[in-house]
Design a protein around this ligand. Sequence first.
Ligand SMILES: O=C(CO)[C@H](O)[C@H](O)COP(=O)(O)O
Length: 236
Amino acid sequence: MAGMKRSGGSETAKRRAGERAVDAVDDGDVVGLGTGSTAAHAIRALGRRVDAGLDVSGVATSLQSRELAREAGIPLTSLDAVGSVDVAIDGTDQFDRETGALIKGGGAAHAREKVVDASADRFLVVADPSKAARGLDASVPVELLPAARRPVESAVRDLGGEPTLRAAERKDGPVVTDNGNLVLDCAFGALSNPGALATDLARVPGVVAHGLFVDLADAVLVGTEDGVETRSYGSE
Ligand SMILES: O=C(CO)[C@H](O)[C@H](O)COP(=O)(O)O
């Protein structure tokens, strides 16, 4: 994947984080179902609790999470129907240990993820230790309207970034998101002010959503080989 490296964190660590996050789900909750390999562990764990009698419904953030939820037997609803979710469980590509700011979008699902995660009463991030960082320096995925590619690339360069169109791996040409858009992976180096960059990127005409999630996470649950470390942010 050009410009965006997916994590090779251990499956044990990812599974522990996903399972611990699902412990926070209560009977009757509407649950935001994140995208990616770590969130997939949470979806499977939630499915096991549904099998055991838990009454919840899920809001998928992608075609991937919708299919996984169906396989796991989790009843699905939509944000159109419910307006918000009680708890969202989602992965991340990088998180700042100090602030809980995230860079997401390695799976090109960050537009819907942001809508669902931002609507949550509690947004729990599940991660393995390879995602932890001091500050943020990964490239920032930007989903954009296909017709806006050139002006968005130019605006990213004006903001100090170097955009790379994300190429598909098992298809010729670019990645096309679940929303029919393209993704630019934008290398800015170390981010001195992620909040300001988030605001600037969101203002660019043609940008649908960027992968900076600032002041959204309530907690990051980091699975390890031995257990789970919970880092709380905001009001948690
Ligand atoms: O933001 C995402 C998808 O758009 C994922 O949550 C992120 O890429 C983490 O994935 P994984 O758990 O497979 O490392």
